[in-house]
Ligand binder design. Structure first.
Ligand code: SAM
Length: 345
């Protein structure tokens, strides 16, 4: 049975092709991206579906929106299996890493989580296991995840022509960073790159596969993440480009050699800023990730870079900023791109 779609559901941000990536990131970060509709590419513009109007952007009403298949609702699958008074607490969203489903489960539903896991596996027959997600913890950025159905937690996740081997119980992988991984895959051709927080190769591997830098030094201190970093280097056949280094980037980062430095960490990244800047050759480019209050975006992160450069007698030319995603209530994950020159003036 088809239902009439209310007009407010057909709004879209109209962005020129050259601003499309940036507008999409902003729409996602503002939490107004309508995931039920596809992005439509026209000759010189794109229509990015939104759930409500956003100030500062040209808004159009789509005459012919194109819809994705709806995210399945667990309502029917859970009827009669979990207490009726809990049914509204059921998960409304989840994500897939390879053949593993990751889902957040309300604490009140913990004793019924096996039913939720089995219902999800019925929706995705090619998936093997379901993990309950309880956040990312500590300096190794390790996920707190419980296996609720199935046995395996190792998987192969494919995106943007890249293969990521990972164990979803041991290492993180943020679906919200997809656009940034794609952006990084377009940079670095012929360059010397230092990736100070390499993880399993989130940025290093796409960059190596698609842009072929001369060399990427990929530094990671978590033994589990380092294990998968090495495996992903081999599986994507980029051994001649990516050199994995196991250790603390505060000690392992080289000085004055890099055309580009990627600082893909959040919350504590400012502590490593001077190291990142010192790794650059004059005129090199820094990608500084940080979590900041949304009302201070992007000024707070720009200030971090400007001050750190100044303390080293350098000048930071801000090339741009990216809103990667909403991180937590009132906090966003931002990236600042800056060219660093040695002279203050
Ligand atoms: C948050 S993860 C990278 C996430 C990535 N931005 C993404 O797209 O999902 C950051 C990685 O940096 C590593 N790390 C944190 N501090 C480090 C340090 N001082 N030296 C080396 N690696 C570090 C963590 O172990 C983790 O694997």
């Amino acid at each position: 049975m088809s239902r009439a779609i209310p007009k407010r559901n057909k709004l879209a941000v109209l962005a020129r092709n050259k601003n499309a990536d940036e507008s999409l990131r902003a729409v996602v970060a503002l939490g107004v991206f309508d995931k039920s509709r596809k992005i439509i590419k026209r000759e010189s513009s794109v229509e990015i579906p939104v759930i409500r109007s956003v100030s500062g952007y040209e808004i159009v009403v789509q005459e012919e929106p194109v819809y994705y298949r709806k995210t399945p609702d667990l309502l029917h699958a859970l009827q009669g299996k979990i207490p009726q008074e809990c049914i509204n607490l059921r998960p409304r969203g989840w994500f897939l890493l390879g053949d593993i489903i990751i889902v957040k489960i309300h604490p009140a539903l913990r004793e019924h989580e096996q039913h939720i896991g089995r219902a999800l596996l019925d929706f995705y027959p090619r998936c093997r296991s379901v993990l309950a997600d309880e956040g990312i913890l500590g300096p190794f950025r390790e996920p707190a995840r419980r296996l609720i159905v199935g046995e395996k937690t190792q998987t192969v996740h494919r995106e943007n022509g890249v293969i990521f081997n990972l164990d979803a119980r041991l290492v993180m992988f943020s679906p919200g960073n997809l656009m940034e991984r794609i952006r990084m895959s377009r940079l670095g051709k012929g360059e010397y790159v230092v990736d100070m927080f390499a993880g399993i190769g989130y940025f290093s591997i796409p960059m190596a596969v698609h842009s072929r830098p001369r060399k990427i030094m990929a530094i990671e201190w978590n033994p589990n993440a380092y294990h998968y970093l090495c495996q992903n280097i081999r599986q994507n056949h980029v051994e001649k480009i990516v050199e994995p280094v196991q250790g603390d980037c505060a000690k392992a980062t080289p000085e004055g050699v890099a055309d580009r430095v990627v600082m893909g960490m959040v919350q504590v990244t400012d502590r490593y800023l001077q190291k990142g800047i010192s790794a650059l050759k004059p005129g090199g480019v820094l990608h500084y990730h940080q979590t900041i209050p949304s009302r201070m975006y992007p000024a707070a992160a720009i200030e971090d870079v400007t001050q750190a450069a100044k303390a080293l007698g350098c000048r930071a030319e801000i090339l741009g900023h990216v809103l990667v995603k909403k991180f937590s209530p009132g906090i966003v994950h931002a990236v600042i791109d800056a060219r660093i020159d040695r002279d203050l003036l």
